[in-house]
Write a protein that binds this ligand. Structure first.
Ligand SMILES: Cc1ncc(COP(=O)(O)O)c(C=O)c1O
Length: 397
């Protein structure tokens, strides 16, 4: 049984804060601060350029990739780190399209994160090959999979509502119709068990600043199934994905396997922070994590519904259909969230009316849930949110 009182001690949480926003930005792992200063001082400071070889900076994207891969059910050697998630979406979609050259439709849904859709729009336009991005309701995805579709591109867990797609079933249906799949795991990795290999996913991408606690702007990851690893053509054919970067050939030759999905120089300091953050997962059983996350979200929903009748559940009621976040709707959602944050309960807001709360058992307990609901119930009962200052929207909501 995973001991979540131990994992909580691995994080720095400011006094008086109940942090229910780890689905957006994970908190600082104590070990990450130490590791980053070691990387700065002992590696960059003392080794200078020698760090690339002596400190293993060059292998870092694949080494860290393997550790992330274990958390998402990937085979060893199939995940590599680098860039941001938007870039990884581009790479995965471009490579997937090349594997299905005879077809012109990319199928996605309107629960997808806008950046994924924007990236697809830009990529399809620049190809100039008559591709179409077809965006349907999440419930209509399954029926829309047919033999006109080249690529099915979905985010497994909806960033607003937490609704969870059935990756295994949709991938199987896609494959039966000759469709290649791209899964965005931004709200899945570290949030719930993911079985990429067992689901036979083709490509997957994800970020590491949310449930994996790598820090703001932490590098993203990309997974390529072993059956595609040597045929997937990198569209962003940068030198770090070349077979021999230091041969400085004038022509690109794709690197071996997943290495070809590297683009440029890896973000060594950010990867050091992430590498230390991943230590928090040693000894964590993903089944235990899922059970604890469901217990937290179920008790939150039950109490909020009992005590805050003006808030409407926006997430699926069935916990097996949700990721690790819970959302409620209210027309004054933004002001309510500001009132919560001022009182130490940190969640976030997504337009037009969604209050989001993330449940991360590594550092959130049932006592936190109880206390958060107390504060929320008081805000709602006494209309403490009804202040002009709480309605002023900041740049990041
Ligand atoms: C599902 C999903 N995809 C893509 C992105 C974009 O990620 P990035 O800003 O790291 O490129 C996000 C950001 O939150 C996301 O939630």
């Amino acid at each position: 049984m995973t001991d979540f009182t131990t994992t909580r001690k691995l994080f720095h949480l400011p006094d008086g804060v109940i942090y229910l926003d780890g689905n957006s930005l994970g908190p600082l792992p104590v070990a990450a601060a130490k590791r980053v200063s070691q990387t700065l001082e002992a590696e960059w400071g003392e080794m200078l350029i020698r760090g690339w070889n002596a400190a293993g900076w060059m292998e870092q994207p694949a080494r860290v990739g393997d550790r992330v891969g274990r958390l998402v059910g990937a085979e060893p050697g199939t995940v590599v780190m680098g860039d941001t998630l938007s870039i990884k979406v581009y790479q995965a979609l471009a490579a997937a399209l090349d594997l299905n050259p005879g077809r012109k439709v990319v199928l996605s849904d309107n629960g997808n994160f806008p950046s994924d859709l924007y990236i697809a729009q830009g990529l399809l336009r620049s190809r100039g090959a008559g591709h179409e991005l077809k965006v349907v309701d999440p419930e209509a995805v399954e029926a829309a999979i047919d033999d006109t579709v080249a690529v099915l591109m979905l985010t497994e867990v909806d960033y607003r509502t937490g609704r969870l797609h059935d990756m295994k079933a949709l991938t199987a249906k896609a494959h039966a119709a000759g469709v290649i799949t791209v899964w965005d795991l931004a709200h899945s990795a570290g949030a719930l068990p993911v079985e990429l290999a067992a689901a036979q996913a083709d490509f997957a991408v994800g970020c590491t600043y949310k449930y994996l606690n790598g820090g703001p702007g932490a590098p993203a990851f990309i997974y390529v199934a072993p059956r595609h690893a040597h045929t997937a053509r990198p569209s962003l054919s940068g030198w770090m994905g070349h077979e021999a970067p230091f041969a400085f050939d004038l022509d690109y030759r794709a690197g071996t396997g997943i290495e070809r999905m590297r683009v440029g120089t890896p973000p060594v300091i950010a990867l050091a922070s992430l590498e230390a953050a991943l230590d928090a997962w040693n000894g964590v059983d993903m089944g235990d994590l899922r059970a604890a996350s469901i217990a937290l979200s179920e008790s939150f929903i039950k109490q909020v519904e009992a005590r805050c009748p003006d808030l409407t559940l926006a997430s699926p009621r069935d916990p097996s259909r949700r990721g690790s976040q819970v959302s409620f709707r209210h027309p004054e959602g933004y002001a309510i969230m500001q009132a919560l944050i001022v009182r130490g309960v940190i969640g976030d807001f997504r337009a037009p009316d969604i209050l989001r709360f993330g449940f991360t058992p590594l550092y959130v307990s049932q006592e936190d849930v109880l206390r958060a609901v107390e504060i929320l119930a008081e805000i709602m009962a006494d209309r403490l949110w009804d202040k002009e200052e709480y309605r002023k929207k900041a740049r990041v909501t």
